[in-house]
Design a protein around this ligand. Structure first.
Ligand code: SAM
Ligand code: SF4
Length: 339
């Protein structure tokens, strides 16, 4: 059996072991904080084929990547995505061409009713499902046209398939801020962890960002009126800070990119569906791996291009909402880099 490859290190000594891959920029919903109502999606020829995504993933695994998360857009609306998931699932474990510890997914859940059993069969163990509200009318408002039914059914199907589910909710001022007590209770009953996320200033969305922004420090102090939040050093390799809700026994995480610097322990890079590698969610520097692939690079040349990109990984982001002009500090949408 071959030894696991040593991880790549960036200029600050951080081991880069986590790749997020956006498999499509398309989505069946239009969440108000994520997309504009009228989105122009990319032409097909610009988007990596599933084979190209697999080849790039294999190169990252050969360079010590241990965890891959598929995201988007909505990853499960891409046709034949299960084929990619099965092929990446075959790289879980040790041995030739393998080396992944974890293959996972962030999804809005609408397709899980159909696909959850296949995800479990491919070797997925846990998934993140985005659900910002339990109120059907609010769900439709926040997603612009979605219905809550398919997402709730999808979540139930994931649970039935044996997948651990973490619910992600973006906290929005005046929209779902009165619901977090109910969501904690519901997650407790269902056996799900919950993660609250602050809105990040990414992409033009035709709404006012400063109106949406709700600091999670405030949410946390409000939650403490009803729940006992016990500190824990639990980490998932992500930026969330977790507490255990004593009354339910489940975890609650807070992702606070705007108020708390999580860059120090950053172990990840992000690949868009067009093959652009972003070394930081909050910076524009990138590497065009599609050009390298389509120029016919062999494995050594591809790996060299990836190493070169990692050597440019910046120390951290600098998100700031330009409050005077309400302009995003990063022009691309989250659906491009996948969050
Ligand atoms: N469609 C899938 C989903 O919704 O889970 C995966 C892609 S989505 C871009 C990934 C995550 O990013 C979701 O949890 C979503 O709520 C979050 N997100 C999108 N735009 C955001 C923003 N501007 N600020 C904070 N989180 C955002
Ligand atoms: Fe689609 Fe996910 Fe963005 Fe919502 S957050 S519009 S589900 S990509």
């Amino acid at each position: 059996m071959s030894a696991m490859p040593a991880p790549m290190r960036d200029p600050f000594g951080r081991a880069i072991t986590y790749l997020r891959v956006s498999v499509t920029d398309r989505c069946d919903l239009r969440c108000v904080y994520c997309m504009a109502e009228e989105m122009h999606f990319l032409p097909k020829k610009d988007v990596l084929s599933l084979e190209e995504i697999e080849r790039l993933s294999a190169a990252f695994i050969a360079l010590g990547t241990r965890k891959i998360r598929l995201t988007g857009g909505e990853p499960l609306v891409r046709r034949d995505v299960m084929r990619l998931i099965e092929r990446l699932g075959a790289r879980l474990g040790a041995g030739e061409g393998r080396g992944l510890d974890e293959l996972t997914l962030t999804t809005n859940g609408t397709q899980l009713g159909r696909l959850a059993p296949g995800l479990a069969a491919a070797g997925m163990r846990r998934i993140n499902v985005s659900l910002d509200t339990l109120d059907p009318a609010k769900f439709t408002m926040m997603t612009r046209w979605g219905k809550i039914g398919p997402t709730l059914d999808g979540i139930a199907a994931a649970k039935a398939a044996g997948l651990a589910v973490k619910i992600n909710a973006v906290a929005m001022k005046g929209v779902n801020e009165d619901e977090f007590d109910d969501m904690i209770a519901w997650c407790g009953q269902q056996g799900f962890d919950l993660c609250l996320i602050e809105t990040m200033p990414m992409g033009e969305i035709s709404e006012d960002r400063t109106e949406q922004y709700l600091p999670l420090s405030l949410v946390r102090s409000r939650l403490r009126r009803r729940w006992t939040l016990d500190e824990t050093d639990y980490r998932t390799g992500g930026p969330a800070r977790y507490f255990v809700v004593r009354e339910t026994g489940r975890r609650i995480g807070f992702i606070t990119p705007m108020t708390h610097n999580f860059c120090e322990s950053c172990n990840r890079v992000r690949l868009t569906c067009t093959g652009t590698l972003y070394m930081c969610l909050g910076q524009d520097d990138q590497a065009d791996l599609r050009a390298v692939l389509r120029a016919g690079a062999d494995d050594a040349a591809l790996e060299a291009a990836i190493r070169e990109a990692i050597s440019r990984k910046p120390k951290g982001h600098d998100f700031i909402i330009d409050r005077r002009h309400d302009r995003p500090s990063v022009g691309r949408h989250m659906s491009m880099t996948g969050g």
